[in-house]
Design a protein around this ligand. Structure first.
Ligand SMILES: [Zn+2]
Length: 155
């Protein structure tokens, strides 16, 4: 950690330091330090390798207010994330419901079509039956007329 005198110094312009193992360490971002989002030089093996534990802050220590702002932003971000998760869940539920409604609509339409086709068949039967009855009526009328004529001419 740098002393308070380095606050005004910008490490950004400083040359990249060499780490103990001789390579130029990459710049990383720490989210778990007192100043979340603060960047530092850390050896590529800083977590695993015990040979090199090089560590140097990249940014000078920021003012205290900075960490408050960052922390609040992180909290907001967390809130947005969980809200997003909730929204995704709701979206999935709505999609499921929509799919179920579409299925139900499809079934209702199939039922309706079956009912219409049954009703059409019934109507056809009724019409055929009416036609048959009418033909029989005509035949009976003709027969009765013929009988009356026969009886009338004989007498
Ligand atoms: Zn190293």
């Amino acid at each position: 950690m740098q002393g308070s005198s380095s606050i005004s110094l910008s490490s950004v312009d400083a040359p990249t330091p060499r780490c103990h193992c001789g390579v130029r360490p990459p710049i990383r971002t720490s989210w778990k330090c007192d100043y979340p989002g603060r960047r530092f030089y850390g050896c590529s093996g800083y977590r695993t390798s015990k040979k090199c534990s090089f560590f140097q802050w990249y940014n000078p220590e920021p003012p205290a207010r900075y960490s408050d702002v960052i922390r609040r932003l992180l909290e907001t971000n967390e809130g947005i994330r969980s809200e997003n998760t909730e929204l995704k869940k709701t979206r999935q539920e709505l999609l499921d419901e929509l799919r179920s409604l579409q299925q139900s609509l499809h079934e209702t339409r199939a039922d309706l079509e079956a009912a219409i086709s049954a009703s059409t068949a019934m109507e056809d039967n009724m019409l055929a039956s009416v036609a048959t009855t009418r033909r029989r009526g005509v035949l009976i009328t003709v027969l009765i007329s013929a009988i009356i004529l026969l009886v009338f001419y004989r007498s």
